[in-house]
Design a protein around this ligand. Structure first.
Ligand code: 13P
Length: 338
């Protein structure tokens, strides 16, 4: 384990003004995204889509600190033969890799999920480092309803996240630890707060137990937000205040940064919430983004799978990346959306 390298990578990932592009959709998930715009999903079309994003100059050099890749993409090359990893590195961004094997049904706890992928991970990690990945991601899924989550689900997922994080650091790869409390359902903001706080406290206990060095990690949580079907959805200021309060009560100050997932928020909501949090005054950690959908929805709609839409696609991505970059400084406002 190279402690200096881990700390440097983690700090660069969450630097002010920039954030992370989550482009690590599994083959099944990217197919769903492509289906929504009528594009075919093949190894080449996935490569073309991602190459277009990674070649978006202003976004990549000014607003993106790192890119999370799926295994397939880490091994692919651009049309001109340049490895995509090199393309990303040349923009100044850091390549990363999703290493979990997805959320699977839990025994004894119907409807709940446990993330798979620990078996053989230590072996895979070495190869990922050699291929150029300097950070990794593992996502746990926690669902809210009247009876859920169970303590068993929270405990098993936090334990797996901590073991994954320890294996990453051993290989000098920064672990993004992502315990996602889903925004599906009709729960209110207070219930999201309660479940997220409990999950984060459990997570940091497990990370401590497994000997994980927090200075070389990045947390990727959900925001504290009302469920999608809640009748009384909280506004921007309320979400920002509750999220900062929850993080302050559960995330140690030695963590260099928190990079939120967008989790089904609209593009503008995700940007507005992040900006409001950063406008609220000094915090122990940098707060930034690690968005998938909230960065890719607009360029995907502009692209529609057609090469003639190349420039419009890149323009849409450059814009969203810039807006979110400003949000990391608390300097975004709706008037900038033009
Ligand atoms: P969303 O921003 O679309 O939630 O994706 C982020 C991510 O990487 C989920 O694991």
């Amino acid at each position: 384990m190279n402690i200096d390298e881990l700390c440097q990578t983690a700090t660069a990932m969450v630097q002010k003004g920039k954030g992370i592009l989550a482009a690590d959709e599994s083959t099944g998930t990217i197919k769903k995204r492509f289906d929504s715009i009528g594009a075919e999903s093949t190894p080449d079309s996935r490569r073309d889509w991602r190459e277009m994003l990674f070649r978006s100059g202003p976004a990549m050099s000014q607003s993106i600190s790192g890119v999370i890749l799926f295994d397939e993409t880490l091994r692919q090359s651009a049309v001109d033969g340049t490895p995509l990893v090199e393309l990303i590195r040349n923009t100044g961004a850091i390549p990363g890799i999703k290493v979990d094997m997805g959320a699977q049904d839990m025994a004894n706890f119907a409807g709940e999920k446990i993330t798979a992928g620990l078996d053989g991970l230590r072996h895979r990690m070495k190869e990922y480092y050699d291929l150029g990945a300097r950070f990794a991601k593992w996502r746990a899924v926690i669902e809210i309803d009247a009876e859920r989550p169970s303590m068993a689900c929270v405990a098993a997922n936090c334990h797996a996240l901590a073991r994954y994080a320890a294996i990453c650091q051993e290989a000098s790869i920064v672990p993004i630890v992502e315990p996602e409390v889903l925004m599906d359902g009709g729960h209110d903001l207070d219930r999201c707060y309660e479940v997220t706080e409990g999950t984060l406290k459990h997570l940091y206990m497990e990370l401590f137990t497994q000997g994980v060095m927090l200075e070389g990690t990045v947390l990727k949580p959900n925001m504290i937000i009302s469920g999608k079907k809640c009748n009384t959805r909280a506004g921007v200021e309320e979400v920002a205040e509750a999220t900062v309060k929850c993080l302050k009560s559960s995330v140690p100050a030695s963590v260099p940064g928190v990079a939120f997932l967008s989790g089904g928020q609209s593009d503008l909501e995700a940007t507005a919430h992040l900006s409001a949090m950063n406008a609220g005054g000094a915090l122990p950690w940098n707060l930034t983004f690690s968005y998938g959908r909230a960065l890719q929805a607009a360029p995907l709609a502009a692209w529609c799978g057609k090469s003639e839409n190349h420039d419009a696609t890149q323009a849409a991505f450059n814009h969203r990346a810039k807006m979110n970059g400003l949000a990391t400084l608390g300097k975004w406002n709706e008037g900038m959306e033009g």
